[in-house]
Design a protein around this ligand. Structure first.
Ligand code: NAD
Length: 247
């Protein structure tokens, strides 16, 4: 129950889905948590449900001003910042031929530039920590291409690369930076999308809590020698294709 005791975490996109599961898991292991999101009602409810030691702040990850406010909330309310989880993300499906520059810019702004903004804003506070951890939520779409997802795929490859560059720059400050690459997870983002998982080793989609368990490891001191690394959590999806015998 104490794997991140005395640590303070900031989780973006924490109102629902993977972010809410991460916030709850970190809190359950002793962290105090700031949830940032643009869904204010849902975010407040999630913070209340998780319980005392959790606060919600409005944080649009594309806004450096919002980021400053969120980091100030962590430092002002809980005395510092040790863990940043850059989880906020959006997906927008269309073939590249139909993709407009505006749609491209919107996805890149949230998924990639939002992660850059977060790292930049958190560095001064993380430097004061005894050992900071940044966990960037990429995707299996940061490991291989997906059709009809040009901006999402590019943004998630970008997050993977940004993670490694930041890990090199921040290592001397004892700040670790890693990326997490989920396969299909049951969240509002994937609700209503038909997925066939019969070719995947574990044959099912994942749950937000399973991703949260991995983030908890990377956020905690248990991963003290892990930085600049990528962690796939996809039930075996990117490992290869399972051919099941015909019934
Ligand atoms: P979700 O849509 O359920 O949650 C995403 C959250 O991000 C929402 O609360 C949303 O309001 C918030 N958000 C969106 N734009 C924002 C902004 N500009 N500023 C702050 N918050 C913003 O999605 P999810 O499935 O929980 O996804 C979480 C992360 O995991 C995303 O980065 C996503 O790309 C990644 N991911 C999800 C899956 C999946 O199958 N669900 C797979 C791989 C990666």
């Amino acid at each position: 129950m104490e794997r991140v005791i005395d640590k303070v975490a900031l989780v973006t996109g924490g109102a629902r889905g993977i972010g809410a599961a991460v916030a709850a898991r970190l809190h359950g292991e002793g962290a105090r948590v700031v949830i940032g999101d643009v869904l204010d009602g849902e975010g407040e409810e999630t913070a209340q449900r998780i319980g005392s030691g959790t606060v919600y702040v409005h944080l649009d990850v594309t806004s450096p001003q919002d980021w400053q406010h969120a980091v100030d909330a962590a430092v002002g309310t809980f005395g510092g910042l040790d863990i940043l989880v850059n989880n906020a993300g959006i997906a927008d499906f269309a073939p590249i031929e139909e993709y407009t520059l505006e749609r491209w810019n919107t996805v890149i702004a949230v998924n990639l530039t939002g992660t850059f903004n977060g790292i930049k804003a958190a560095i001064p506070a993380l430097k004061q920590s005894r050992g900071g951890s940044i966990v960037n939520i990429s995707s299996v779409a940061g490991m291989r291409g997906y059709e009809q997802l040009p901006a999402y795929t590019a943004s998630k490859f970008g997050v993977r690369g940004l993670t490694k560059s930041a890990a090199l720059d921040l290592g001397p400050h004892r700040i670790r930076v890693n990326s997490v690459h989920p396969g299909v997870i049951s969240t509002p983002m994937t609700a209503g999308i038909a997925v066939d998982m019969s070719h995947v080793a574990l044959g099912r989609i994942g749950h937000p809590g399973e991703v949260a368990d991995l983030v908890l490891y990377l956020a905690s001191d248990e991963s003290s020698f892990v930085t600049g690394a990528e962690f796939v959590i996809d039930g075996g999806d990117t490992a290869g294709t399972v051919t099941r015998p015909a019934p």
